[in-house]
Design a protein around this ligand. Structure first.
Ligand code: SAM
Ligand code: SF4
Length: 317
């Protein structure tokens, strides 16, 4: 689902949408059956982890039923959702029953004015906190909290967030502002290097690196030495992790990308609608995966910024 009920300035700024006509018409979106087929094909190739994201996934009609269908596929051991949480109070319990395993919630600040500025004037801190509480009550533990940090916009509110989520059982992940898409006015000056955040947080609440990190983990994890839980840093700008990345991405309209920053993807939806069966789709995806050579983040400084990228809200973050 590429649509969203927020307009975060670093992802989908209101002015970039120009009022209308930017979102995909519903017949361009993959149907539930097409998504299920994709997931079955990926599991046959050894994928066990699936993340549903967007745009805002909870806006998709019939989303709970879709979760139910995906969670029932043999081989899926980790089914996760990334959401802005505004609609979670309505759906958390049903999602748990449908087999959703984990939830990541985006929250950039506890300061209402800062939150509203970053969310394009929509939503509120209390709605997101209510969403997190609903997730807890439904039985989701260790919710991940994603915070995009921007210099002079929300960096001064990071300590409050850290304090709020210490001892909560949830893990905050501080994300460097990334040059995804083409409309978010990315500016390196706005990036706060994770190393600076780490130092400031460590000075106040001592941290130690978590020794064993699973392969493909994007966040560098640290534990509070006083036992208050963990914190993660996602540092795609200052410490690219292309070499460890094992993610394939399918956009809302069924295009395959092997990198968040790809300029071009491979259209699969129309091939499926044209009759491509599971066996043929498996061969196409295997081939795409074997040929992938993306390492945009490692090459960022050598490439012209003008290079187009697919929008984050269409591909999913
Ligand atoms: N709407 C849902 C949400 O916000 O959680 C899911 C989609 S959103 C695109 C997924 C994640 O991407 C969010 O945590 C968001 O903060 C992150 N994100 C979006 N644009 C970003 C950017 N320019 N740099 C870093 N992270 C970004
Ligand atoms: Fe919507 Fe998520 Fe993008 Fe914010 S980051 S505009 S909530 S898709």
């Amino acid at each position: 689902m590429d649509r969203c009920n927020l307009r975060c300035t670093y992802c989908m700024p209101e002015e970039s949408l120009n009022g209308k006509g930017v979102f995909l018409p519903s017949h361009h979106l993959l149907s539930d059956g097409e998504i299920e087929l994709m997931v079955r094909v990926f599991t046959s190739l050894g994928v066990h982890k699936v993340r549903l994201t967007g745009g805002e996934p909870l806006l998709r009609p019939g989303f709970v039923e879709l979760v139910d269908r995906i969670s029932s596929i043999e081989g899926i051991t980790d089914l996760a959702l990334t959401t802005n949480a505004v609609l979670l109070p309505r759906y958390a319990e049903a999602l748990k029953k449908a087999g959703l395993g984990r939830i990541t919630v985006s929250l950039d600040s506890l300061d209402e004015a800062v939150f509203r500025e970053m969310a394009g004037g929509r939503g509120s801190v209390s709605e997101v906190l209510d969403g997190i509480e609903a997730a807890e009550q439904a039985g989701f533990d260790n919710v991940k909290i994603n915070t995009v940090v921007q210099r002079n916009i929300n960096d001064h509110t990071v300590p409050d967030l850290v304090e709020h989520f210490r001892n909560s059982g949830h893990t905050i992940r501080l994300i460097e502002f990334m040059d995804v898409g083409n409309v978010n006015h990315w500016d390196r000056q706005l990036v706060v290097p994770s190393a600076d955040l780490l130092k400031n947080i460590h000075d106040r609440w001592p941290l130690r690196p978590v020794a064993k990190q699973p392969l493909g983990e994007t966040a560098r994890r640290y534990a509070f030495t006083d036992g208050a839980g963990e914190i993660g840093f996602i540092s795609s700008i200052t410490e690219p992790f292309c070499g460890d990345c094992s993610r394939a991405r399918i956009t809302a309209d069924g295009t395959f990308y092997s990198c968040l920053f790809s300029a071009r993807g491979t259209e699969l939806r129309d091939r499926i609608r044209g009759g491509l069966d599971a066996k043929e789709l498996t061969a196409v995806i295997r081939d795409l995966w074997e040929k992938r050579g993306d390492r945009y983040s490692e090459l960022r400084n050598e490439l012209p910024r003008a290079q187009p990228h697919v929008e984050m809200y269409r591909m999913g973050g």
